[in-house]
Design a protein around this ligand. Structure first.
Ligand code: AMP
Ligand code: MG
Length: 484
């Protein structure tokens, strides 16, 4: 049975060499039940599910029915996981196809948790309800904070139990991305040591994601340069909102520059640069403050995969790639400073800005103050916990800030406008996410829906926000898991 809901598939990846993927359908599930459907995203994709009954939608979003035109594949990729190179691939996901919108924008539509593939290794190919809902909530929140991200179109329960530490309810997330091509995909192709394959793949990626580079003299080098910029923009955005990705392996870094893989991620409450939530990140490799350095490390692995295409002469290729990678530090620092200036409403640049910014962060760290709420306080939007901000050191800092605010014809109207655009009032607070997931596990989806709703407008002053603004009281002990 096949249903058409305006899907408009054109599956370019499945036309590439079979070395890059396995053709496989999702494994049918016992008792599909649609739990969440993202109507806003459906609209953006020009899809119309409104005339389809829930049973059919449930079958569709678990892969029991495949839409006309889909061509389901599991993608091969490799990656450095916590620094170690491994062959990976979609072990619990299939790409059902690439959908084109009316404006010809291309999106991967992927089912995550869809059953075993050639890349499953020892895994069962399945996913649990909690982590799939978590990905839905946080990925959509990121998008709504104007941070590039994969999106979530639907979550459906499979009606099957999966075995983890305890038996859990199985679920499938429909993930939408401008593609799922990763640094690790390049590493996979490069590891095959066939220059012609690497060349075809590079051309494919440039055509799909960076068409402006099609006629570049050195496409590999230009792509590296473009990805450096894209990934700096992304990590600066993460730093802006206190997002800790948690598992920045090279297979979890996209070539499109979208945030991907919402396994162990979480948002920092109290400002602490060393914040780590992931239970497996014992050394703090992916701590909040390490994210820029890891981004650079991952880009270096990306550069390595491109070496044969940069120059016939390997030494020359390495030299050119290294020169580009070496631009990372300065570029990052500039973009980070600009972002922090915006968070503080500052216009123009003053050589002392860096000290002003670092002194505020240091104060937050020393006094264990909430990161998000401090910026709300500075925007005069938060009238509780005022005592924290009566602190003498903070008041001294505020005088310096007020002086700096006067520069470059700034006005309260101007700086508040600037600040309100980039300082979220609400983030997915860990206790709110957990509370919603606990209820969902028991069959009550009200809190999940409510959380998704308030996170749609993270920059507006909605009513009754207080419960979403209160920091978790388990900040330091909160642990997240990889979500398998
Ligand atoms: P992730 O931690 O989600 O980035 O996954 C890392 C690798 O493990 C990827 O190749 C996944 O496809 C694979 N993987 C994760 N969970 C499972 C599972 N339950 N079954 C099979 N493969 C899995
Ligand atoms: Mg992953």
């Amino acid at each position: 049975m096949e249903k058409n809901m305006n899907w408009n598939f054109d599956n370019s990846y499945s036309r590439l060499s079979n070395a890059f993927k396995e053709h496989i359908d999702p494994i049918a599930v016992k008792n599909p039940e649609l739990i969440l459907m993202n109507q806003d995203l459906a609209k953006e994709l020009n899809l119309d599910f409104t005339k389809i009954n829930k049973n059919e939608l449930s079958a569709l979003f678990t892969g029991n029915i495949l839409p006309e035109g889909s061509n389901s594949i599991a993608q091969a990729y490799a990656g450095h996981q916590f620094g170690h190179f491994t062959m990976l691939g979609d072990g619990r996901a299939v790409l059902i196809g690439e959908h084109l919108t009316n404006e010809n924008k291309r999106y991967d539509v992927q089912f995550k948790g869809s059953g075993k593939t050639a890349f499953s290794r020892n895994g069962d190919g399945r996913a649990a309800l909690g982590p799939m809902l978590r990905e839905y909530i946080i990925s959509e929140a990121m998008h709504n904070m104007n941070i590039p991200s994969t999106r979530s179109l639907a979550v459906a329960k499979t009606g099957e139990k999966i075995m983890r530490d305890n038996p859990l309810q199985g679920a499938i997330l429909t993930r939408v991305a401008s593609s799922h091509i990763r640094v690790g995909t390049f590493q996979y192709v490069a590891a095959r040591n066939k220059k012609d394959e690497l060349e075809i793949f590079l051309d494919y990626v440039i055509k799909r994601h960076y068409p402006e580079l099609i006629s570049s003299k050195n496409k590999a080098l230009e792509l590296l340069n473009a990805l450096i910029d894209k990934q700096i923009d992304l990590v600066v955005n993460w730093m802006r909102v206190g997002f800790v990705h948690g598992v920045m392996n090279t297979d979890n870094m996209t070539i499109s520059g979208e945030t991907i893989d919402y396994g162990p991620c979480a948002f920092m409450d109290t400002y602490d640069p060393k914040t780590v939530f992931s239970s497996i990140d014992k050394m703090g490799r992916y701590a909040y403050c390490n994210q820029p350095a890891i981004t650079k490390w991952n880009l270096s692995r990306f550069a390595e995969s491109l070496i044969p295409l940069i120059d016939e002469d390997e030494d020359k290729a390495v030299k050119s790639a290294t020169e580009l990678i070496d631009t990372f530090g300065k570029k990052y620092e500039e973009k980070w400073l600009d972002m922090m200036r915006n968070k503080l409403g500052l216009l123009g640049a003053n050589s002392k800005d860096k000290f002003l910014i670092i002194d505020l962060l240091t104060w937050m760290h020393q006094k264990k103050i909430d990161y998000t709420n401090t910026f709300c306080h500075l925007m005069n939007l938060k009238d509780y916990d005022v005592d924290l901000y009566k602190d003498n050191n903070f008041q001294d800092w505020k005088k310096r800030w007020n002086e700096r605010l006067k520069e470059n014809n700034n006005t309260p109207e101007k700086y508040l406008k600037l600040m309100k655009k980039i300082n979220p009032l609400i983030i997915p607070r860990n206790h709110k996410v957990e509370e919603a997931l606990d209820a969902a596990e028991k069959g009550d989806f009200n809190l999940v829906n409510k959380l998704i709703e308030v996170l749609k407008e993270p920059y507006s002053q909605q009513k009754n926000l207080l419960e979403y603004q209160t920091p978790s009281n388990f900040n330091e002990s909160y642990q997240t898991f990889c979500g398998t």
